[in-house]
Design a protein around this ligand. Structure first.
Ligand code: NAG
Ligand code: NAG
Ligand code: NAG
Ligand code: NAG
Ligand code: NAG
Ligand code: NAG
Ligand code: NAG
Ligand code: NAG
Ligand code: NAG
Length: 574
């Protein structure tokens, strides 16, 4: 890749300046899990080498529920996924709604096992566990539970009772909920009839409960106000896991509502302690500013320090910002596994014997035969075979049909993503290219498409309300029969460009699209590749993808300020 120059030496001045060694506080860079990583639930586990583990929501992305691990709360490595095998919950494959799938997980460590409980909206609610979070295959299948709601929590009381608090929709109104509770009996997964637990502070809808026992009180942490601008963190406590709960007079204890912070929608928190006894909180946040118009990365995971004195209410250290101060554990990137650190760039050649990087995602279950690394005669490529359905699909498309798509999260405000595409479309409908993908209802694509009997074209196509019209260009004669480079770039905080050129040659911008197109709903943007025959099922033309490059070029944190994409240490790095 040609070196990019978003960061001049001048713009780098002042970022990444290390704190004096003796000072206990250091700079927290948010988000800690940039990109589509909502609804964080984290635990600190001393027995697992003093490591923090976090789980986040994935909706229809597969594999689902990434587990990121860290020892310093700044460098997070993807160590696995809690949902990586269709047999764990086959019904995931039949979900129809684009805003359904895995909602907010709760991650807990109990009795030497890591546990997840979660609602897979459109399929089932259940819990499952592992003795080894570094090994995807060690996660059990999902044990379904009769929990009539969403955002279930998992809490073991001192008498051994397992409780799950969750949000239950009442009055036939999806935006009015109450927090209810069941007892779960393990290992059957049988539950008691649910009972009312708490309404929080009556800022509808209360959801995302997490129960914690401290100094003789059962605390119930909630998300209220819905996951948009009114999102807020509230807490109550009582002497029993079954309530009643009194509300903290200081509620909401964390929110960006009614503020001008760049990090908005702060809510859906979880709290945990580090080895030194410091308390920390995570939450989801959206880098949108109060205008809440441009937020292509969706809901991201942020960190903030907390104080929780004996017998007192916890005090959360807001407002959440891109740079904060707190007593972070010492920097440490010594995390087991081969998965990517979330802030790392991608340089993938798909060389023989390599496998698909674990941070690449499909949309629903993949048809694995449609993806092959270095197939015979095509070393250093990822071969895509087309799906009948294109990225949008049509009324006859079934969830189980599968779309040929593979992507990685947009994890940086500014980035350049490119791949080389070797594709010789021979049948009308054949298409392969790059996509900026939020859901099947919102995406923007630049592809090589056989549009009709005579011609193959470069086509930019976007889907979603307000999408620009297609740009269709004949492939320039001198590019013909060459491998093409297709590129997507977030060239400023509000716009993406789509460009093409002959491999290693000069790129030509084909189209731009505002990031508002992919600022919507519960998910966040991916960049990736796709292939389809647009319904012409007689065609199975392969495309060969190589030189997959994703480089972050800056994290915007508001007020005109950026910090380098790969964190404070490495600078921009290229
Ligand atoms: C999913 O739908 C297919 C039909 O498309 C059906 O055969 C299968 O049983 C369904 N699977 C589940 C787990 O519901
Ligand atoms: C769980 O519930 C089922 C159905 O009601 C019942 O047959 C089964 O005996 C229960 N299992 C346990 C361990 O209670
Ligand atoms: C749930 O467990 C608690 C503690 O064991 C018990 O007091 C309560 O009766 C149980 N609830 C139901 C509905 O069985
Ligand atoms: C909880 O909220 C619901 C919905 O607003 C309301 O109907 C119910 O009366 C409330 N319950 C309590 C105990 O406040
Ligand atoms: C935000 O402003 C609205 C409207 O004035 C008010 O009802 C609400 O209580 C405020 N919430 C917070 C958390 O500031
Ligand atoms: C550390 O930062 C916190 C804010 O998170 C501040 O209240 C505290 O005074 C700082 N401590 C030191 C030693 O600078
Ligand atoms: C093929 O499609 C292109 C782009 O829409 C159009 O300009 C051209 O006239 C079409 N050719 C035929 C033969 O339909
Ligand atoms: C980004 O560039 C577009 C033009 O391509 C421009 O309209 C927009 O205002 C720019 N955004 C910012 C934040 O400068
Ligand atoms: C996607 O496929 C459907 C048929 O399955 C077709 O009607 C539609 O035009 C295709 N979209 C694009 C952008 O080619």
């Amino acid at each position: 890749m040609k070196a990019l120059s978003f960061f001049t030496a001048a713009s780098l001045t002042g970022i990444g300046s290390a704190q004096p060694a003796k000072q206990q506080n250091s700079t927290i860079y948010n988000p800690i899990l940039p990109g589509f990583n909502p609804d964080p639930s984290c635990v600190f586990v001393k027995e697992w080498d003093n490591t923090f583990f976090c789980a986040t929501s994935t909706f229809l992305a597969f594999p689902g529920i990434p587990i990121h691990a860290s020892k310093d709360l700044q460098n997070f490595r993807l160590i696995g996924h809690a949902f990586s095998r269709p047999e764990q919950l086959p019904a995931f494959g039949n979900i129809t709604g684009q805003q359904q799938g895995w909602y907010a997980p709760t991650l807990r460590y109990h009795n030497k096992r890591f546990w997840i409980i979660n609602s897979c909206v459109g399929a089932a609610t259940g819990y499952w566990s592992t003795s080894d979070p570094y090994n995807n295959d060690a996660w059990t299948n999902v044990t379904p539970t009769e929990i009539p709601g969403y955002d279930p929590d998992l809490f073991w009381d001192t008498d051994g009772t397992v409780y799950s608090a969750f949000a239950k929709t009442v009055q036939n109104d999806p935006f009015t909920t109450e927090i209810h509770q069941v007892n779960i009996s393990m290992p059957s997964g049988n539950t008691t009839t649910d009972r009312f637990l708490w309404n929080g502070t009556a800022v509808q809808p209360p959801e995302g409960p997490h129960m914690m026992l401290k100094d003789g009180y059962h605390y119930l942490l909630l998300a209220e106000g819905g996951t948009a601008q009114a999102h807020q963190v509230t807490i109550g406590r009582g002497r029993s896991a079954q309530g009643p709960f009194e509300a903290n007079p200081a509620n909401p204890i964390l929110t960006a509502y009614n503020t001008s912070q760049y990090f908005q929608t702060v809510g859906h928190a979880d709290l945990f302690q580090d080895a030194a006894g410091n308390w920390w909180g995570v939450a989801l946040a959206t880098r949108s500013g109060p205008e809440y118009e441009t937020w292509p990365m969706g809901r991201e995971t942020v960190l903030y320090p907390a104080k929780w004195e004996k017998g007192q209410w916890p005090v959360l250290g807001g407002p959440v910002k891109g740079k904060m101060s707190g007593p972070l554990p010492p920097a440490n990137r010594n995390i087991r596994g081969t998965g990517a650190f979330i802030k790392d760039p991608d340089y993938y050649k798909f060389s023989p014997g390599s496998s698909i990087p674990s941070h690449f995602s499909y949309w629903r279950f993949p048809k694995t035969e449609n993806y092959a690394i270095s197939p015979k005669g095509h070393p250093n490529t990822l071969r895509l075979l087309p799906s009948r359905s294109n990225l949008t699909g049509d009324a006859t498309a079934l969830p189980t049909d599968g779309i040929t798509f593979i992507g990685r999260r947009q994890t940086d405000t500014l980035f350049t993503y490119s791949v080389d595409v070797d594709f010789s479309p021979s049948s009308v409908g054949d298409e392969s290219g790059v996509t900026l993908f939020l859901t099947q209802d919102y995406h923007a694509d630049l592809g090589i498409v056989r549009l009709n009997k005579t011609g193959t074209y470069l086509r930019f196509h976007a889907e979603g309300p307000g999408a620009p019209t297609d740009t269709v260009l004949p492939i320039p004669q001198k590019w013909n029969k060459q491998v093409l480079t297709l590129q997507i770039q977030a060239y400023n905080t509000t716009h993406f460009s789509f460009s093409a050129g002959p491999k290693a040659g000069r790129m030509q911008q084909i189209a731009t699209v505002p990031a508002t197109l992919v600022s919507n709903g519960f998910t966040g943007s991916f960049v990736g590749v796709h292939a389809t025959n647009n319904g012409n099922t007689k065609s199975n033309t392969p495309s060969y993808i190589s030189n997959w490059v994703y480089q972050g070029q800056g994290q915007y944190i508001g007020n005109g300020e950026f910090y380098p994409s790969n964190g404070k240490k490495g600078g921009a790095g290229f």
